[in-house]
Structure formats: C-alpha cells, structure tokens
Design a protein around this ligand. Structure first.
Ligand SMILES: Cc1cc2nc3c(=O)[nH]c(=O)nc-3n(C[C@H](O)[C@H](O)[C@H](O)COP(=O)(O)OP(=O)(O)OC[C@H]3O[C@@H](n4cnc5c(N)ncnc54)[C@H](O)[C@@H]3O)c2cc1C
Length: 570
C-alpha cells in the first residue's frame, strides 16, 4: 500500500516556529545533510505561529533580567514548570530574537530612540513583549519561510503524518508514515532523526483559537509510540473569543487581551458588569481567573443571545477605540458587531495546551532519534503559559532541536522500519473506506459538548468520569463510522475522521490527567478540590497510552517555593 518511500537524514514534522527554526539550524550546523520539512498544510501558511498577534517575550531591556523573566514564568506556571526547561527558554530567547532581527530579517516595532519596543502582557512584572504591531506571527513566519525556501531543504507539503514508525523492537524511531493529501497515497519517509513539531492545539473544545489544521495528531502519534505526556490537564482558555454564531469559523477567534487591559468592561446578558464581584482587579485579572468568572456567569444563565457575554468599549470613547484597536474593530465589524460604539458577544475560548510530550532540555525524548519542540512538548510552562512565552518556546526549542539533531545524525545510521507497524497503521487509516457512512458531525458535536462542559474551565470528579464514558462512546462510534466515499485525493471527510480520531484520543488524556490532579492550579480548576495544595510537594501528571496517570514530583533545580532568584541576585 505504501506508494512511495523516501530517505532523509532529518525529518521535521510541522512548519511553525519550531519546525522552521529547526530546519534552519540543522542546515546551518551541517549543510551537507538532507533535511525534509513535512507539513499538513502549505509551508509558511499554516499552524499557529503565523497567527501570533501580541508578540514575543524576551528580557532585552537593561532594567529587565533573565532571572525576572524566569521568576514570572515559574510563578505564572504555579511552580509546575520544569525549571531547566524554563531557564533555557528565558536565556535563549535573547539569542533567537537577535537572530530573527539581524540574520533572518524580521522588523519589530521600535521606540523613537531606536531600541526595540516592548509592551506589557498580563502576568509579567516587566514590559518585555517584542512585537510587530498586532501581526507579529506573520512577520516571523514569512521571514523564516523565505529563508527555508532559499536553502536546499526539501518540502513535503500537504503531507499528513499518521504514524511514527519505529524499529521492529520499538527501541528507536526509523521514520514516519504519511498520507499525501493531494493523492491519498501513503508515503514512508525513513529518517535518522525526526522532530515532532505539529503544535498540539486544543481544537476539541466548542470554542477554540488554533488553526484548523491542528488536531493533536503529533500527541496522538506520540502516545501510540509509547511516549509519556505531561501536564495534559493544563489547557489555557483566553477570556475573549468572538461569539458570532455557530456557523462561522470566526467564532472562537481571539479578541486581544489589550481590550480588557485598556479598560474594557465585561457585561452579563443583563448588561451589567460582573467582574468586580469576583476580583478586585476586575477585568484585568489573569486569563484563568477571568475565564472562570465568565463561565460561572454563563452557568447562571446570565447570557447574551448566542449564550455568551458582552465586551463593552464605548465608555473609553469610540474614536480612541477605533484608533487603538483598528484590527479588532474591523474583525468585529466583519461579523456585524460595533466594537467601538456598541456591544460585542464574547466567550472564553480554548487557546493553548501547556501539556505535551515529556522531553529534556536538548529536545530528546524517551524514544531515541525522536525529538520534540514547540507546543507538542510539555513542561516549559507548567499550569499556565504567559502570553508571549508561546512563540518564544517554539523558536527557542526549535533551534535547539535543529542543532542537536544535526550532531545526532552524524553518529547514527538509518534504522530498519517495522513494516508490520506501518501496515497496521495503514489498515487503521483505511478502515473507514470499508464501512457505511457515519455521522461525523454528530461525533464532533458530542466531542465539543463533552470537552466544553465537563473537561473545560470548571471541572469535578462526576463530570470528568462522565466525560470519559462519553469519550469511550465517541471512540466506538468512530470505529463504526465510514466516510461514504472511495475517493482518496483531498478527501476532507477522510481527514475529518482522522482528525477526530486524534482529538478523541488526546481528549481522553486531558480528562484522565484532570481526574488525577486533585487540586486547582492555574488553568486547571476542580470545584471539588478548589485549593492549590502545598507548593513544596508540587507534582506533575504523566500519562501514557494505557491511560494510567503517575504524579511525578517537580524538581526545584533552581529555586524553591518561597524563594526568588531576584532576592538571591540582589
Ligand atoms: C490566535 C493565536 C494567537 C496567539 N498569539 C500568541 C502571542 O501573541 N504570543 C505567543 O507567544 N504565542 C501566541 N500564540 C501561541 C503560539 O502561536 C504557539 O505557541 C506557537 O506558535 C506554536 O508553535 P509550533 O511551531 O509549536 O506550532 P504551529 O506554529 O502551530 O505549527 C504546527 C505545524 O504542524 C503542522 N501539522 C499539524 N499536524 C500535522 C501532521 N499530522 N502532519 C504534518 N504536519 C502537521 C501544522 O500544519 C503546522 O505547520 C497564539 C496562538 C493563537 C492560536
């Protein structure tokens, strides 16, 4: 069934900030190597790095420091981040931002004195977010893609990875099986080193922000390959997703945090403010807190016609709002809302997965030859990701992975790929062609409801147990469902089926990890366990394909709860 087989030294899955940085660094370290970037969409046009609005956190200013960025990351992550990973993030972000500007050609906004402009983002004690207006991701990805196109780096576009293929004894990675989406044929790419950089993405929730090409395929493949995922219960919700009705993809997209930051009000369906009753900081409280308050109001039934809440900006002066939030005003106008002078319906929206594959600071994983970087990886952010630390994470660890893989492949040969495993993976992908057409829309709706209502912003044991039973039922339904066609080229119903398969599998890991964590930290809130627990004995969840969750102690390698690197530095 495999129509084509290729060989490459380094195979990179995904072309976001992590994948493209890895390709450029691997090429720089070892230009003689063959490097292939394989991606579900078109290189430079897909994934979430392109969608980055706010910007990139990096300690550049004289008054700022990596210690301060580190402490913000650890405290924001509620003491669950892996401290060595977080340290690598904050220290190497400085190198990467200089590389982006001085070698790769990015233009970031500057102050009148020529220094790079850095703006405020929630949860940080210093204004350290570098940006290009509110379209920072397009600037970064366009420049990275141009540099990749200019080099001898192979591309497999519209190639969907479906299985990490190991050696017959499953002791190391040997390659990856793909579907060439343009033909529907199977392609096996043998590689000495593989980078998983498919960007996670919580698109199993009714309201979500990430790009539609992301369906947690990488995490689902990692589970099947025997890897452990950590912090899977930690799903970040952004408070202000646009709510424009069920039948537009604009629903769920982000209205930026600056709206609340600059004084915007959140109103219930009764058109009254509710945040002051929840927190003295009202609308300026952190993302997790505001999302929880919003969800509580929605559960009380204090909702707008579409079942959400309102954001109001008019009291700041419509002219000012139009001037300062041009992009947001236009986005709302496209959906029939007047942000500057009227009310806009909003809802908390699933934004980012802090959880992912367990990995070391050199991007290695438990499977020799398999590396991970970006949103597919777990442990950098702990219970919460600071706005601006996401793109820093993908570029920093993408570059690390590129350097490390280049050295790795010089020492390691191609390995034999397990043909039985590849055959079984193809059979699993082919299965829906042999069945009567099922109702995939119904499965998707069920998934959205289960994850939003029971595994979302507010959780408890009964709801999570029910969710797990519902996810089992969805899995069984998928296993019965066919796609009603034998066409393979660009068969989007087939890819929908494959997307749902990955999403249901990863949703189970989220629900099981959420059930195992009997406390409330950052993005994870249990109504039946509302306290954070002792920070000194902090543990993270670790889950494998068997669904069993281990609680592993966090190693405080640099600073312990109650201490600060800043105090030590002083
Ligand atoms: C609307 C929005 C705004 C954001 N704003 C910010 C911000 O201001 N600051 C910040 O720090 N972070 C922000 N983030 C988060 C940030 O975008 C991500 O953390 C980061 O870009 C992830 O990079 P990545 O390389 O891991 O994944 P991505 O950039 O998402 O790339 C993933 C790649 O994998 C590919 N892929 C997926 N599945 C497969 C498969 N099966 N086979 C092959 N390829 C596959 C995709 O097509 C894509 O090319 C934002 C996210 C969103 C959605």
């Amino acid at each position: 069934m495999v129509r084509q087989t290729y060989s490459t030294d380094i195979l990179i899955l995904g072309s976001g900030g992590a994948g493209l940085f890895a390709a450029l660094h691997a090429h720089k370290s070892a230009p003689e190597l063959s490097i292939t970037v394989a991606v579900k969409g078109l290189l430079g046009k897909c994934g979430c790095t392109r969608m980055v609005q706010g910007g990139y956190n990096v300690a550049l200013a004289k008054e700022d420091s990596v210690e301060r960025h580190f402490m913000d990351t650890i405290e924001g992550g509620k003491w669950l981040p892996d401290q060595d990973l977080a340290w690598k993030l904050v220290t190497l972000a400085i190198e990467r931002i200089h590389e982006l500007e001085n070698e790769l050609g990015c233009f970031f906004d500057r102050n009148p004195d020529g220094t790079v402009h850095q703006k405020a983002f929630a949860g940080q004690t210093f204004d350290r977010t570098v940006h290009k207006g509110d379209l920072t991701g397009i600037e970064i990805i366009n420049r990275l893609a141009e540099q990749v196109w200019a080099r001898r780096i192979q591309r497999l576009e519209e190639h969907r990875a479906v299985e990490l293929v190991t050696t017959p004894d499953r002791s190391a990675i040997a390659g990856v099986l793909f579907i060439d989406m343009r033909t529907g044929g199977y392609v096996l790419v043998r590689a000495k080193a593989v980078l998983l950089a498919t960007g996670g993405g919580p698109t199993m929730y009714r309201y979500h922000t990430p790009s539609g090409d992301k369906s947690c395929d990488g995490l689902a493949m990692a589970l099947r390959a025997g890897l452990k995922l950590r912090d899977m219960e930690m799903v970040q919700f952004h408070p202000t997703g646009l709510l424009a009705g069920a039948h537009t993809r604009m629903t769920g997209t982000v209205l930026e945090e600056g709206l609340r930051g600059s004084g915007g009000f959140l109103l219930g369906g009764n058109k009254e403010r509710f945040m002051p009753a929840y927190d003295p900081k009202a609308e300026r409280a952190t993302r997790d807190f505001v999302s929880r308050a919003m969800f509580t109001e929605m559960r009380k039934g204090n909702t707008t016609p579409h079942g959400g809440l309102y954001i109001a900006m008019a009291h700041l002066g419509p002219e000012r709002v139009r001037r300062e939030f041009k992009g947001m005003v236009e986005r709302c106008a496209d959906c029939g809302f007047d942000l500057a002078g009227g009310l806009v319906e909003v809802v908390p929206t699933a934004h980012y997965m802090m959880g992912g594959v367990e990995f070391a600071a050199d991007c290695t994983t438990a499977l020799p030859g398999l590396f991970v970087a970006g949103e597919d990886s777990g442990g950098v952010h702990g219970a919460n990701r600071l706005g601006g630390n996401g793109v820093a994470n993908s570029t920093v660890f993408g570059a690390v992975a590129g350097d490390v893989m280049a050295a790795w492949v010089r020492k390691h040969p191609h390995r034999e790929a397990d043909e039985n495993q590849a055959r079984a993976a193809i059979e699993a992908c082919e299965a829906p062609f042999a069945r009567a057409r099922g109702d995939l829309e119904a499965v998707r709706e069920a998934l959205y409801s289960t994850m939003w209502e029971r595994v979302g912003i507010i959780r408890d044991r009964a709801g999570l147990e029910r969710a797990l039973a519902e996810l089992d039922a969805m899995d069984a339904e998928l296993e019965r469902s066919g796609i009603g066609s034998h066409e393979r080229a660009f068969n989007l119903t087939w890819h929908d089926w494959l997307n749902l398969r990955s999403l249901v599998s990863v949703s189970r890991s989220i629900a099981r990890a959420a059930l195992a964590r009997e406390d409330s930290r950052g993005a994870h809130f249990r109504e039946d366990f509302p306290e954070p627990g002792a920070l000194e004995s902090s543990a993270f969840t670790s889950i494998g394909v068997d669904g069993r969750v281990a609680m592993k102690p966090v190693a405080f390698t640099r600073v312990r709860p109650g201490q600060s690197l800043l105090k030590h530095a002083a």
